[in-house]
Design a protein around this ligand. Structure first.
Ligand code: SF4
Length: 340
């Protein structure tokens, strides 16, 4: 089933052979509201609806398969038109702010050893409309989603075209009208992608999954570091910082006995020198088959004490969605299509 999402009103005019140009804006506006059935687009004439239905029996290509909820997160399992499965999550914080966490790929090629998605390998990139449609499904849970993080399955910067196209769609003042500063692109440290993002000067926020500021450790945990070691990553971040006034977030997934020593804290302090950034500490969300452990409170407190001493600017992220495996690094799906 083709999709009418991630298209401009002008593209809809072309695609649907609309005789009156203003109809493109009308249909666009229904689509943004989540209306995917021409019969419900009440400002279109009956004959026109029939013609459009024959062309596009549904305007959306994906379908919701399963919903799982806990107190602060709702995870949706979405089936794509080729049978592949992806997940997306709605996160709610203490101030009732709602954030959509969207996937950009089916699986992921990056193979970070602490992340469940990494165990899937890359199945395929998502099309721009498949990214946008996740938001449409999430908005059936709550219309007041104000923020987007591209932190679901996949490495967003490895699917740059679809990522940028979906950002453009979400930002359109006639559509979702979500400001760039409310959108965060997360990367494991794909340096060419960070440079591209810097070049296009789209003022979204950037989050980097750092996990270790020691090359040897990072090589072991994240294979991206072998291609783009910390020196290159820091160079790319400094470049991004020159065109952006937004603070960069360095995600630091805490792994028991791996990256929580005093030496780890010292190296982290060194890495943050000259960067306008905050380190977001995330105690690892357990995934039994991956062989890591979550540090206990004592280990976390000791690491924080070291960071205080080295004057590192940090926060600790309260874990959301752990009960429904919707927390950071826990997303993964399996379908016949996803199996390679
Ligand atoms: S952490 Fe991100 S980049 Fe790394 S394997 Fe998981 S989804 Fe891919």
């Amino acid at each position: 089933m083709p999709s009418l999402y991630a298209k401009t009103p002008e593209e809809l005019v072309q695609l649907l052979s609309l005789e009156q140009k203003f109809r493109g804006a009308q249909i666009y506006s229904w689509l943004v509201k989540g209306v995917t059935d021409f019969d419900k687009m009440s400002n279109l004439g009956v004959k026109e609806r029939e013609r459009l239905k024959a062309l596009y029996p549904s305007c959306i290509s994906s379908k919701l398969v399963k919903t799982q909820k806990d107190k602060s997160a709702t995870k949706l399992l979405i089936e794509l038109e080729d049978g592949a499965l992806i997940e997306c999550v709605m996160l709610t914080d203490g101030q009732d702010r709602k954030t959509a966490c969207l996937s950009t790929q089916v699986g992921c090629a990056m193979g970070c050893t602490f992340c469940k998605t990494g165990t899937m390998g890359l199945i395929r990139n998502l099309e721009d409309y498949e990214i946008v449609e996740q938001m449409i499904h999430l908005r059936t849970l709550a219309e007041d989603i104000t923020h987007i993080v591209f932190m679901g399955m996949g490495e967003p910067l490895a699917n740059f075209g679809s990522l940028m196209s979906s950002i453009l769609f979400f930002h359109d003042p006639k559509g979702f009208d979500i400001s760039h500063r409310k959108m965060t692109v997360s990367t494991c440290g794909l340096v060419p992608g960070i440079r591209k993002l810097t070049e296009v000067k789209v003022p979204v926020r950037l989050a980097v999954s750092l996990v270790s500021a020691d090359n040897e450790t990072r090589d072991r945990i994240m294979k991206v570091n072998k291609s783009y070691p910390l020196k290159d990553l820091k160079g790319a971040l400094l470049g991004f910082q020159r065109v952006s006034d937004k603070r960069i977030t360095l995600e630091y997934c805490m792994l028991k006995g791996v990256n929580t020593t005093r030496d780890s804290a010292a190296k982290l302090a060194k890495f943050t020198e000259g960067l306008f950034c905050v380190v977001n500490l995330i105690p690892w969300n357990p995934i039994p088959e991956l062989g890591y452990q979550t540090p206990d409170d004592r280990e976390i407190r000791a690491f924080c004490k070291n960071l205080d001493e080295f004057r590192v600017n940090y926060t600790i992220r309260l874990t959301k969605g752990r009960n429904v495996s919707a927390a950071c690094g826990q997303l993964a799906t399996e379908s016949k299509k996803n199996r390679r």
